[in-house]
Design a protein around this ligand. Structure first.
Ligand code: ATP
Ligand code: MG
Length: 275
């Protein structure tokens, strides 16, 4: 989607998502304590850090599964902040959800639907208004036949051309996660958010999922925020790695620098433990 400059709310052309001063508090638990982050066109950012450091919360705030307590998120040409969900804001959030696809640790496919039905489910569930918006934004038809054709193509893209009519229960974890990636892509997102997409998988199945993500990054130049501790993937695919610590980005940089020469003792300690 190439929206007119005025619609982009003043963001530089190559910045797709800008997070500023993001804070999130649950009760008296300060989970995010002022996160600043830009995701650029074609960029892959790997976010890593200890359990409970706020990585999932950051991703969930970016697509407004959670409302920020403070700070702003500029995405899809709009600026959003926390606070009351007015009608206008809910409208904007719907737009954000079309813009940013998300893949979770638990794939959560619909068990009663086949792979292709799972991939078609999102687009077909859109209300009339969103469907029209989607057609306008992507220039593609949202008719059932067109949606099905794209779903079949997406399953082929993630290496599951022969599994379109299987139910999730008959698929391996890695295959299920690839269906989940195809399902997110079916909404034709401009950016992808991955929250530990391989950590529920047996080690021998993570490779096939990471390979799909790598192709997405390289062939499609899909911008993505990826929470993962797969350091091999990070080194090979990420443009930038960000170490999360106690609700903040403590250190970030290109993988080659960050991994081999971390500046902060916390980063070093963590890397020593995972490598
Ligand atoms: N809905 C919620 N209500 C209250 N507290 C929450 C909620 N979601 C997360 N938290 C708290 O926020 C903190 C950060 O959680 P978050 O899931 O973002 O961490 P994480 O870095 O993703 O950890 P992990 O590596 O274990 O997935 C934790 O202390 C968690 O208990
Ligand atoms: Mg998490």
């Amino acid at each position: 989607m190439s929206e007119p400059a005025a619609e982009r709310g003043g963001l530089p052309e190559d910045v797709l998502v800008r997070v500023r001063g993001l804070c999130k508090v649950y009760g008296n638990n300060e989970v995010l304590r002022g996160v600043d982050m830009d995701l650029h066109r074609g960029e892959v950012i790997v976010i890593f850090g200890r359990s409970g450091s706020g990585k999932s919360t950051l991703l969930r705030c970016v697509n407004f599964l959670e409302d920020p307590s403070e700070g702003t998120i500029e995405i899809a040409g709009m600026t959003l902040e926390g606070g009351h969900r007015t009608r206008a804001k809910r409208e904007r959030i719907r737009r954000v959800r079309l813009y940013a696809g998300m893949v979770f640790q638990q794939f959560n496919l619909f068990p009663h639907m086949t792979a292709v039905q799972n991939v078609m489910a999102g687009p077909l569930a859109l209300g009339k208004q969103d469907r029209r918006l989607q057609e306008e934004l992507t220039g593609t038809s949202m008719d059932k036949d067109a949606v099905r054709k794209r779903a079949v193509d997406l399953l082929a893209e993630v290496g599951l051309a022969d599994k379109t009519d299987e139910h999730p229960i008959r698929l391996s974890g890695g295959q299920q996660q690839r269906v989940a990636i195809a399902r997110a892509l079916a909404m034709q997102p401009e950016v992808m958010l991955f929250d530990e997409p391989t950590s529920a998988l047996d080690p021998e199945l993570t490779g096939e999922v990471l390979a799909v993500m790598k192709r997405l990054a390289v062939d499609r130049q899909m911008p993505m925020l990826v929470v993962t501790h797969e350091m091999g993937f990070a080194r090979e695919v990420a443009h930038r790695m960000a170490f999360f610590h106690e609700g903040k980005i403590l250190e970030q940089g290109p993988p080659s620098e960050l991994v081999s020469n971390p500046q902060n003792p916390e980063t070093k300690k963590f890397l020593d433990a995972v490598l």
